[in-house]
Design a protein around this ligand. Structure first.
Ligand SMILES: Cc1ncc(COP(=O)(O)O)c(C=O)c1O
Length: 382
């Protein structure tokens, strides 16, 4: 796979590239998809469907289930019962349905911030009370404030935790010890865990993704695990997610709600792409991880000794950068204006993120270098 290839994404429907704000030489490093082509086997099955020209109603079949089950066994040593998997057109949808089906209006739901913004919106928009436990920054790394978390759970009678593992945007891959501690707290307080594991496949050397539901039978029974091949294989526009809910009554509740809202199932492209990706995509993914790891090192090295402080990254391809030393009110807007590089605004991830920028490094190395050249040329950055 040639990850150095520049692929033209300039189509009117492409969010990352079409929303260029009138700047013709803009480098987009914001929304979380990649500038790499999906594995060739995925492209082949999609092209075959397109050539056949039939796009009828479709349903995942046993060969789909086998590809999914084998992937989780091979990559995470986890046994998934395909009967416990709800297929939905997105992870955020899975979170939203779980919030609505498994809590009551007015119930409190806890998140760790900074966090991928749509999750807080989904909790508040569904009429639940958002309880924020701020992650604690120690040097260039984030940790969970377990005491604060417990206090907030008790004070607000919290019913659910929406966990993100690996955590977007701070790049942590939660350890077994941390997950067990989180799990114990949730079990003690009769809480449900919704674990957003969409970034699970992006974990770098020295770290291991552990699905929280895999840690014990008790945790499996209280957890909704949200997984998807769309980040891993760059299929976000195809919209596919596998939501694993072991507990029968919880799963039935979420399934019922998905049926009555009409938001359920996968489309013909989603089924074929997921099956092909999980069956044939492993070598591609391993090469990709090496490439991304190189990009991460490049950013870290070139921003060392500047006013941009890079957070350690254990997982995801999203780098969380403290720009507070620049003393500008909106660092993302600043770099858009001065360097024509579009980064995600830290405020999108909660109040604690407002002096930060998030840089998506899933693009060819030459693009990362060009973006860094421009950023480093901005007066005041060095
Ligand atoms: C943590 C996290 N969850 C969910 C999503 C979106 O998932 P989906 O497109 O399947 O709704 C993203 C996309 O960036 C994400 O980073």
């Amino acid at each position: 796979m040639d990850f150095d290839e520049i692929v033209n994404r300039n189509t009117p429907e492409d969010i990352k590239y079409s929303d260029i704000k009138g700047i013709s030489d803009l480098i987009p490093m914001w929304v979380a998809d990649m500038d790499f082509r999906s594995p060739v086997e995925v492209r082949k099955v999609l092209s075959d469907i397109s050539t056949r020209g039939i796009f009828g109603y479709s349903e995942a079949d046993p060969s789909y289930d086998k590809a999914l089950v084998d992937w989780f066994k091979r990559r995470y040593d986890v046994e998934i019962d395909p009967g416990t998997v709800l297929k939905l057109p997105g992870v955020v949808l899975g979170i939203s349905l779980s919030v609505r089906a498994l809590t009551e209006p007015g119930d409190s739901i806890l998140i760790f911030e900074p966090l991928y913004g749509p999750i807080a919106k989904c909790i508040k928009g569904n009429g639940r009370k958002l309880v924020i436990s701020d992650l604690v920054r120690t040097g260039s790394r984030y940790e969970i404030d377990f005491e604060g978390m417990q206090r907030k759970i008790k004070d607000n009678n919290v019913k659910m935790l929406v966990l993100c593992n690996p955590h977007n945007p701070v790049g942590r891959v939660w350890t077994r010890e941390e997950l067990l501690k989180i799990g114990d707290i949730c079990l003690e307080n009769d809480m449900v865990i919704v674990s957003d594991e969409i970034h699970a496949d992006f974990v770098y050397a020295g770290h291991k993704h552990i699905p929280v539901a895999s840690l014990s039978d008790d945790l499996r029974k209280i957890t909704v695990t949200c997984t998807s091949p769309t980040k891993t294989f760059n299929l976000a526009g195809i919209q596919a997610a596998n939501i694993i809910i072991a507990d029968d009554s919880m799963r039935r509740a979420v399934d019922r709600l998905s049926l009555v809202t009409g938001a359920y199932g996968l489309n013909v492209m989603g089924i074929a792409a997921t099956r092909a990706a999980y069956t044939y995509g492993e070598v591609w993914l391993d090469e990709l991880l090496e490439y991304l790891s190189g990009n991460i090192t490049l950013v870290r090295n070139r921003l060392k000794d500047t006013k941009l402080k890079v957070t350690d990254i254990e997982g995801t391809y999203l780098m969380w950068i403290d720009a507070s030393e620049l003393c500008v009110s909106d660092p993302a807007e600043f770099f858009l204006d001065k360097a024509h590089v579009r980064l995600s605004e830290g405020g999108f991830f909660g109040n604690s993120g407002k002096d930060f920028i998030r840089m998506n490094v899933a693009c060819p190395k030459s693009v990362v270098n060009e973006a860094l050249d421009r950023i480093l040329a901005v007066p005041g950055v060095k």
